[in-house]
Write a protein that binds this ligand. Structure first.
Ligand SMILES: *[C@@H]1O[C@H](CO)[C@@H](O)[C@H](O)[C@H]1NC(C)=O
Ligand SMILES: *[C@@H]1O[C@H](CO)[C@@H](O)[C@H](O)[C@H]1NC(C)=O
Length: 457
């Protein structure tokens, strides 16, 4: 249908494992977990706030000790402060003067990941044609809940004169894309998807369409999220979505496909890719990680939070991605599952995968590999699809299957789990390596997307 091909030439990550692509990947395949306890050993409000000078080095859950203590889920995958060279996140290394007051945290993570991706791609157009042909597609699921809640409290206590002029610019979801554009002067399409936990996948998929249709030659695309706040955790907990049984063993809480799973673990961070038209990348000698050859979308809302049990939306998204890619199920080597570690969701996705790939297992005795990297980082909501797309690209690039952490014993319900779920440790794939892979994302409201990446020869 489209003659313009889309390849990936740059990657950027801010994850609970580390800030940086290499550091995050290394920890991922070394079984590390980015999930920690938010509980403080001190009772709430017992200590005064740290002084301003070192507050920049403190994660926000440390600034007001105890604020998470009474919640039913007191764990999360959070971004660790520190220098980039040590895998930490430090705003001073990524932002310009004044940015911290202009940008909410989700925008700051987005800028950090986007800068990494652009540096990695060595794409920094200084002239008009290049800027004209470069676009941005960055979304977030929730945006800055933190600014909305704190400003609401300020307003209620002190009235309108205390509302910051930065309030609206900080909360708009498309401002991450806006800030990146201001820094680089890009004048291609400027877009921001907000489709709950499918945001990151939709951002990358939509960006690829802009390139295919000729609206741009280069797109910076991805998702960002920063809502590890008591209010957000309280809300997800009331919706019965969160893991609550592992508060004392945070690294064991996110256990996709494991029979003891009891909900997801909230995470934060950002993932950004640079997508580029194939010839544009070849002509400038860019390093190419993989080609994006399929993007499938579907809707299957039937309940506000739960997926349909048969996983029909997931199935349609995967089938459409395969059909666009012109690939048969047997050519897929790996699926990075959405599997968030909830009872219903993981089973529904497994059913959907079985409906497409089961026959292939029987016919060809091929062991399709499926893993959920949420076991290591939790669920990054609007950033999840983008971060997981990057893990999928790195799996193809390195011929390594990232593990599903905490998968000790598969669900023994009526569904047979007969794929290779890459339990507990990464697997190196010899021979032909990993040639083609899918990555799934599903969101509240029944919005689903699947991206298909292939190795470039
Ligand atoms: C990861 O965990 C598995 C299973 O517990 C273990 O066999 C493997 O050595 C670990 N890998 C690393 C790099 O620690
Ligand atoms: C940038 O795009 C505009 C609108 O398409 C066009 O008029 C202008 O000539 C372009 N500039 C360059 C340098 O390509």
């Amino acid at each position: 249908m489209f003659s313009r091909r889309v390849v990936v030439t740059g990657l950027g990550l801010v994850t609970p494992l580390a800030t940086g692509v290499r550091a995050s990947w290394k920890k991922l395949i070394n079984n590390e977990s980015g999930i920690i306890s938010l509980k403080s050993s001190q009772p709430p409000n017992s200590n005064k706030l740290p002084n301003k000078n070192n507050s920049i080095c403190l994660p926000y859950y440390e600034k007001e000790k105890g604020i998470f203590n009474e919640l039913s889920s007191t764990i999360a995958g959070i971004i660790k402060p520190g220098k980039y060279e040590d895998g930490g996140f430090d705003t001073n290394e990524w932002l310009d003067r004044g940015d911290e007051s202009r940008m909410a945290l989700f925008s700051q993570y987005a800028i950090c990941a986007a800068k990494q991706a652009l540096n990695d791609a060595e794409w920094r157009p200084t002239t008009d044609p290049g800027k004209n042909r470069t676009g941005v597609c960055i979304g977030s699921g929730i945006g800055s809940l933190e600014d909305i809640t704190s400003t609401t409290m300020t307003y209620n206590a002190h009235g309108s004169r205390k509302v910051s002029p930065m309030f609206i610019p900080r909360i708009l979801i498309n401002m991450a894309a806006g800030h990146l554009t201001m820094k680089y002067g890009f004048r291609g399409p400027n877009h921001a998807a907000s489709t709950a936990c499918t945001t990151g996948a939709h951002s990358i998929g939509d960006a690829s369409r802009f390139i295919q249709f000729g609206d741009a030659d280069v797109m910076v695309a991805g998702g960002s999220e920063a809502c590890v706040l008591p209010l957000a955790i309280a809300g997800f907990a009331k919706a019965k979505s969160l893991a609550t049984r592992f508060n004392d063993q945070p690294e064991k809480a996110s256990r996709p496909f494991d029979k003891d799973r009891d909900g997801f673990v909230v995470g934060e961070g950002a993932g950004m890719v640079v997508l580029e038209e194939y010839n544009h990348a070849i002509n400038r000698g860019a390093k190419i990680y993989a080609e994006l050859i399929g993007y499938g979308l579907s809707g299957d809302a039937h309940h506000i939070t739960a997926p349909p049990e048969n996983g029909i939306g997931a199935e349609l998204a995967m089938r459409r991605a395969l059909s666009q890619a012109k690939l048969s199920p047997e050519s897929i080597d790996y699926i990075n599952a959405h599997a968030t570690s909830t009872q219903l969701g993981d089973i529904a996705e497994n059913r959907a995968i079985k409906s497409i790939f089961q026959q292939n297992v029987i016919d060809n005795n091929k062991k399709l590999a499926i893993s959920s990297t949420k076991g290591s980082i939790g669920h990054l909501l609007g950033a999840a699809g983008a971060v997981e797309a990057i893990f999928t690209i790195l799996a193809i690039y390195n011929d390594i299957l990232p593990p599903t952490l905490n998968l000790h014993s598969l669900d023994d319900l009526e569904d047979s789990y007969n794929f290779n779920y890459v339990p507990l440790k990464a697997q190196k794939v010899d021979g032909n390596g990993i040639k083609a892979a899918l990555t799934n994302s599903f969101g509240f409201g029944g919005t689903n997307a699947c991206l298909c990446f292939v190795k470039i020869e």
